[in-house]
Design a protein around this ligand. Sequence first.
Ligand SMILES: Nc1ncnc2c1ncn2[C@@H]1O[C@H](COP(=O)(O)OP(=O)(O)OP(=O)(O)O)[C@@H](O)[C@H]1O
Ligand SMILES: [Mg+2]
Length: 592
Amino acid sequence: MFSFKLVLECSRLFTFLNLGIMLIQSTFPLLTVFLIKELIDAVTFAQSSQQGATGNYVVLLVVFTGLVFFLNALADASRNYILQVQRQQFFDFIFEKIHQKTTSVNIEFFENDEYYNLFSRTLNNADKRPLDIVNNTFSFFQNSISIISLGILIISLHWAIFVLLALAALPLGYVQWRNTNKLYQWYKSHTRDERKIWDVNDVLTNAYFATEMRLFDLSSFFRKVFSSLRNKIRTGFFNISRQNLFLEGGAQLFTVLAIFSVLGLVSVQAAQGAFTVGVLAMFILAIQKGISLFTELFRNAARVYEDSLYVVYMIDFLNLKNKIPENKDGLNFPSPIQKGIVFKNVSFSYPNSSKKALDNISLEIPSGSTIALVGANGSGKSTLIKLLCRLYEANSGEILIDGTNIKDFSEIELRKNISALFQNFCRYNLTASENIWFGDTQKPVFDAEIRNAAKKAKVHELLKGLSKGYGTVLGKIYEDSQEVSVGEWQKIALARAFYKDSQVIILDEPSSAMDPETEYEIFKLFKEITKGKTSIMISHRLSTVKMADYIYVMEKERIVESGTHEQLLKSGGIYHSMFHKQSETFFEKGLI
Ligand SMILES: Nc1ncnc2c1ncn2[C@@H]1O[C@H](COP(=O)(O)OP(=O)(O)OP(=O)(O)O)[C@@H](O)[C@H]1O
Ligand SMILES: [Mg+2]
C-alpha cells in the first residue's frame, strides 16, 4: 500500500493511464487466439469450397488480426514510455523525500551503524522498487484477466488441461520465490560489507585522500581491501545464482514436458477428427500463451514479493523518529536577550557511549558578554556548544536562555538566533559570495553585507582579487573554479558566521588555521564585531582567549577553573600554567 500511495502521490495521471492500457491489453491474448482460429478455419473452408465470398472474410480477419497486433505493440510502446517518464519523475520525487529526511534527522543518527545500514538499503532500492511493485501488480492483474479469459477457452476443451498448465508453471514460480528469499537474506547480511566497499572506493577515488594515498603509498593496501570485500560478495552471489540456475533448469524441463504432453494429447484428438484445424491451432496457441502467462504471473508475484521486502527498509527510513522532538510551536526567542545563557548542572554522554562527555557543567554567559572555553583536547568544549545549538540533548540538567529552557523554544527560532563556526566547518564548491551568504539565506543577497562580513574576517582583499571576484567558484573540481588555502577557507567560514545577524555567536577554534597576524587583526576588532551579541569562543590560543570577559577552563568533562584572564593568571592554576607555556613559545617567536 505504501508503494501505491507513493506512486500515486508522485504521478496520478500516468498511473491511471497505465492501468487503463493494461486493462485493454489484457483482452488481447484471447482476441488474438480467437481471430487466428477464425482465420485458419476460414482459409480451410475457402480451400475446400473455393468460394470468393469467403475470400473477403479472410482479408477482413487478416486486417483485424493485424490491427490487434498493432494495438498490442502500440500499448507496449505507450506503457514503456509511461514507465520511462514515471521512472524519472519518481526518482526526483523519492530523492526529495530522502533529502528531507537526511537533512532533518538528529545528528546522532549519523553516528549510528544501523542508521547507515538502513540508509544504504534505502538508497539502493528507493528509485525503482515502489514503482516496480505497482507495475508488477498491474501486470499481475493483466495476466490474471488474460488467463481467466483463455482459461474459459481451455476448460471448454478439458478442465484438466487448465489445471495441468497451472501446475506446470508452479515449480518455476517456487524456484523464483526461493531465489528471491535467498538473495534478500544474503543482501541483508552483507549490507555492512557493501557499505565498506563504497567507503574504501571513496578513499581510493576521493581528492580528500589523494595526497596521503601517494605520500604513504596506501593504494595497494586499500585496493586489496576492496578486492577482498568484492571477492566475498561475488562468491556469495555466484553461489546463489548457480543453485538457482540448476533449479530453474529443472523447473523449465518440467514445464516443457507438461506442455508437450498436453499438446500431444490434443493433436492426437484432432487427428482423430474431434475438431477442425482452426480449433487445433487455437488450442495450441491458447496452451502456449496460457503457460507463458502463468509463468509471467508467478514472476510478477515473485517480483512484488521481492520488492516489498526491500521497500520495508524505505518505510523504516522515512518513518525514522527523531529523539529530539522538533518544537515548531514553541516559545519565541527573547529579543533582545535580557539576562543571558545559563548551563545548570548539565551532564551528557554521546549516544552509544557510556563515557560522560560533560559532567555536571554549570556556567553563565551574561547577555552581551564574551566568554571563552579553554582546555585540553577531548575535555568537552565542542560538546557543550553542540548542546546549546540543540544538536544533542543533555541527559540531565538544564540550558536556560533568560530563564527559559532551550527545549521550550521553537527550534527554528533558536537556530535563527544563533550563529556558529564549528571546528569542522564546510567548504562549498560554489561562489565566494554564496559561501558567505549561506550564513543567512533568509536575507536577500546584499553584496555590501557580504563584503562587510568578509572584511570583518579579513578575507575581503583575497576574494576581491580572485579572477571573478566574489563570483568566483571556490575549490578545484569545476572549470573556472579557484582553490584557496585552508586558512583562507577558515576565514570565509568565519565571514559566514559574521554574516548572520544573530544575537548569539559561537566560534569553535575560529583561527586554528590562521596565521597569528591575521588572528590578531581579527580579534583586535572582535569586541566591535560582536557588539551587543552574546558570544562564546573556544580556542587553544590564549592570546585570543585573553580578550574574553570571562574564561572557563575545562578538564576531563568538567569546569575546573573560571575567572577573568587576570584572575586566572593570579590564581596560579591550570590556566596560569597553560598561558605561560604558550607565552614562552610565542615570546621566542616574538609574537606577543
Ligand atoms: N560524536 C561523538 N560520539 C561519541 N563521542 C564523542 C563524539 N564527539 C566527541 N566525543 C567524545 O566526547 C569527548 C569530548 O569531545 P569534544 O569534541 O567536546 O572535545 P573538545 O574539548 O572540543 O576537544 P578539541 O579541543 O579536540 O576540539 C571526547 O572524549 C570525545 O571522544
Ligand atoms: Mg572541539
